[in-house]
Design a protein around this ligand. Structure first.
Ligand SMILES: [Zn+2]
Length: 283
């Protein structure tokens, strides 16, 4: 499932092909993904220029010259592929249509952007740009973890009196937007905080350490994603998936990487999601 760094990598890959460019034709090959597509979606997108491609949490937001914003959510298995970009960045020829190519954006430049989603947990919607932040999926979101509104005082206040495990509190999109399972595990390890500890019982000083740790794990992953974009001439044009190594995530039974720690990484299921942590380093 794409997390924030993957979505940001997709955004950075799509931006040069979409921003300032006109969608000459838009194919919508089915009535819905997770939810029905907005009414007359193809018609409302056709001929429109994309002014800006933004990201809020794990949503891509394309502001159009019609005054509407196109929201794209990759869901569990959504993929974006770019082909035939005449600007030379993506040199892949247009592939034959694949099963699950649900939406295809044919850009006036000749580039083609394909949204493929076998499980169809993805979503697209159109809304007025002026009130985009009031959209039902966006209005519930807390601050962006890499933005100025995410700071120590915010997190300390959000955790105060909270009886839920800190892992769950950090996954609460109203407290911080777009953080997923992988990066929460990594940030808690960095801070030496047990994922099982109740959020309200962690000292303010320790909560404060989470802010730079969260920013750092996300920024490092985004940097790895950026490196992956440079290799696209050799790849198949698919955006957003890259190799990245984690300290705890996916490392059950392997030695802890903290110098001097001889423990192994454990896995525990919390609210249906796997938590990876070192019981010696994280208290
Ligand atoms: Zn350890």
């Amino acid at each position: 499932m794409p997390e924030l760094p993957e979505v940001e990598t997709v955004r950075r890959g799509l931006a040069p092909v979409m921003e300032g460019q006109v969608m000459a034709r838009v194919e919508v090959n089915r009535p819905d993904l997770r939810w029905p597509f907005p009414e007359r979606m193809a018609e409302r997108l056709t001929g429109r220029r994309v002014l800006q491609l933004r990201r809020r949490s794990k949503y891509l937001l394309g502001d159009l010259d019609s005054g509407e914003t196109l929201l794209i959510h990759l869901g569990m298995s959504g993929r974006m592929t770019v082909s035939g970009d005449p600007l030379g960045r993506f040199v892949h020829d247009h592939p034959a249509a694949q099963k699950h190519d649900h939406v295809v954006f044919h850009m006036e430049s000749g580039a083609r952007i394909t949204f493929n989603d076998p499980r169809r947990f993805g979503a697209m919607d159109l809304m007025p740009t002026a009130t985009a932040d009031q959209h039902r999926l966006l209005s519930v979101l807390g601050p962006e973890p890499l933005g100025n509104d995410f700071h120590e005082a915010h997190l300390i206040a959000a955790f105060r009196g909270k009886n839920t495990p800190v892992k769950s509190a950090l996954l609460d999109q109203g407290i911080v937007a777009g953080l997923g399972n992988i990066y929460v595990c990594e940030a808690l390890f960095r801070c030496g905080i047990s994922p099982l500890r109740k959020a309200g019982q962690i000292s303010a000083a320790r909560v404060a350490t989470l802010v730079p740790a969260i920013r750092d794990v996300l920024e490092r992953a985004i940097a790895a994603g950026g490196s992956s974009l440079k290799d696209f001439r050799q790849a198949d044009g698919e955006l957003g998936y890259f190799q990245h190594s984690f300290d705890v995530y996916g490392r059950e039974g392997l030695p802890c990487r903290t110098p001097g720690c001889s423990d192994t990484i454990r896995r525990k299921v919390q609210s249906g999601r796997s938590t990876f942590y070192c019981p010696s380093c994280q208290r």
